[in-house]
Each structure stands twice: as C-alpha cells, then as structure tokens.
Design a protein around this ligand. Sequence first.
Ligand code: F6R
Length: 243
Amino acid sequence: MVIYKAKDYQDMSRKAANIISAQIIMKPNCVLGLATGSSPVGTYKQLIEWYKKGDLDFSQVTSVNLDEYKGLSPENDQSYRYFMNTNLFDHVNIDKTRTFVPDGLEADSAKACNDYNAVIRKQGGVDLQLLGLGHNGHIGFNEPGAAFEKETHCVDLTESTIEANKRFFESEDDVPRQAYTMGIKNIMQAKKILVVVSGEDKADILKEVLYGPITPKVPASILQLHNDVTIVADEAALSKIDM
Ligand code: F6R
C-alpha cells in the first residue's frame, strides 16, 4: 500500500487525477471503476481541465460505476448516473455507451445485479478503481457488516442514510430505500485501487482502515489485503497517522 500525503483537497484531487491520467496514457482502452460523492469531484474537475488542454483522451476508455439508487431514473438529479454525466462524462470525449452504472430503473434486483456483474466481466475487469471512504468505513454502499465475498447486490439503506439524504428530495417519501452496489468482491478484483480521502472528519476512520484489524465491521479494512492500493489523503485526513 502506498500513501501519498496531500496538502489539501485541491492537492489531493490533482495527485489523484495524475494517477488516473497515467493509467489512461499507459492503457488508452482501460476500464476505470468510478465513484460519486464529494471526494472525487475535484479529481474529475482536474481530469476535465487536462482533457480540455488536449493532454488527455477518453475516447477508448470504458467506465463502470460503483453504485446507483434503486428506483431513480438517469434524469433524476439525485441519481448517480446524473452525477457522473454532469461531473465528468458530459465534459470529456468518453463514449457514453461505454459508461456503465447499475440500472436504477430495473425493478428486479437479481436481474439488475447479475446484469451488472456480467457487464464488469465482459469488460475484462477493472484496471483502476477509484474509491471514496464513508465515515463508517463503507466503500460503495457496502456498509459495516457487509460480507466480503459479495458481488453486485441490492442493499437496504439505513435510516440514518435516508435521514441524511432527505434534504435533497421534495419529500421523505421520494428518498430511495434501496441501492444497487458493487460488492467487496468486485472491488477487490480491480487490478489497482485508488482511494481519495479528505478532511479531519475522516481521520479516525482512515487510521482504522489502514492499521486496524481487517473486519467486515470496517468494510474498507479489507483493502489491506489488496496488493496495489494507493491512498491519496490530505493532511487533515492523515492527522491521526504518524508518517
Ligand atoms: C460513492 C460511494 C460512497 C462514497 C462515500 C464517501 O459512489 O459509493 O461509498 O464514496 O460515501 O462519500 P464522500 O466522498 O461524499 O465523503
């Protein structure tokens, strides 16, 4: 595991974008595993900037996203498909037919998950998986207690997640109750993993993830067993770790 200390969010984003750029340059037809949330937004901004300068070409890149809310359409501005379009895909020359997100509108969970596993397999697996880290150590929607051996599956969102998300929706009834997520097994099968972590509020969990016991109680702790993980974290997130 390699840990890069960044000064702040912007520096973290630039360093992470550099690693993704290197992947695209070394293998133009690579498969990128992508994440939503606030952690990767700056990374995507930096990639867009370098694309606009002519330094990056996404034309042969394929992407597979970690997760999607069940029941939300791609046009819903809270869907992760919408997030990816507006934060990255609409601004670079990626072929949208090669950008994959679990199908939130597929009501049959088993079908949605099997189809998504098949998509990942058909691409030949993920070359570089980008991850953010949840405050409880979750990755994707794999919450504490999630089995390490699972592939894409449907999860029930916890009351606290529903509560936290309701501010984005007109009413609490509109908040999705379930989501489709790649499982830990899918994530661990990526050839390389890049985790971006920012802020003092992530300092305790980052320490636990990196140096604590490997346990389903802290889903990201399993990353200690992957042989090509790069952590790019800012000083605040690394403040509990001596480096
Ligand atoms: C996003 C995802 C989540 C986030 C995590 C951190 O697709 O699967 O696991 O990476 O919740 O979120 P932020 O970056 O908003 O702190």
